[in-house]
Design a protein around this ligand. Sequence first.
Ligand code: FE2
Ligand code: FE2
Length: 374
Amino acid sequence: MTANPDLSAIIGRDDVNDYDAILAVTNTSVDEVEHRVRADSDAIFTWDYSRSRPALVKLYEKAKTSQWNANDLPWDIEVDQEEVARNNMNQNGIDESMDLSDTPFAKWGDKEWLEFRMESQNWTLSQFMHGEQGALMCTAQIVETVPWIDAKYYAATQVMDEARHVEVFARYLDTKLNGAYPVNAHLKMLLDDIIADNRWDMTYLGMQIMVEGLALAAFGFLHTMTTEPLLKKLLRYVMSDEARHVAFGVLSLQEYYAELNAAEIRERQEFAYEAAVRMRDRFMQQETWERMGVDVKEAVKAMQQAPERALFQSMLFSKIVPNCKKLGLIDAGDGWLRERFTELGVIGFEDWTDTAEEYALLDEVAKDKEASAS
Ligand SMILES: [Fe+2]
Ligand SMILES: [Fe+2]
């Protein structure tokens, strides 16, 4: 790819596929217990209590009746981590069926592949957990910063949802798996940027549209793939909530973006792109390769050659791209974001279903409640 100096100010490198630059970003504070981020956004009271946003009212009512208790999941199921890893994982696309003779995996046997699948699973669920904490903090921030009462009400329900999500992933990692990972550096950088931004709609764009849009796709992928019944149920319940969260972003930003000028929309396009790149970078999974003791750059290069890799990587954007389109971000101005999403190989999702209404269909919790009441 040719270098594009415009990108350097947004993502810190002028070639989106510069692996040296991507892998140079690492988490240097893996032992820290606290991580502080300065947020200087205004907390906004509103004295207008009128219920003037019917779509948000409907979403809020849905959220109140679709609450669930993490303790009610079947935690007594015994999880055989090795067996699950054997059945679950090949989301990296790389496995022993490829020709790996010139790669760090040339000498790997069954033992290493199994270990890798287990590490990969630990890594994936750990990053889900850290991302959920990001969502918890962002949504608490939205309660303060969004100027609309209906949005404050709804965001308050999401705070509870996200606490539950952190709780379930942390509990699963602690009691069913073995070997959680610290937060990935690219994910951390993105969460920090979202929290530090003082414009309230940027919290929504970064979290509800980008991070949660990706999470909804990634949870869906793992939910389909896993044979482990506790994880399957847990993911399905989290997805029921997550679809509402993405809808909250789409419904709120649709209204707000209609008031913004071209320069302001361009800033949103750039922020969406930055978030997309950070999330793609995180899926290089550099910490797993490190822990497996292989050369990280060589491993990432081999992984990019895996036949299913491009498909898996692009599927993560299957919710983000149609939602960005619904918000008018793809073609605004000179279609800058369309060009970027085309380079990333994800523009093909633009006409997939957006998430503004999909949440009702995905609400498994409501279905289970109805079934147990009848
Ligand atoms: Fe969540
Ligand atoms: Fe969420």
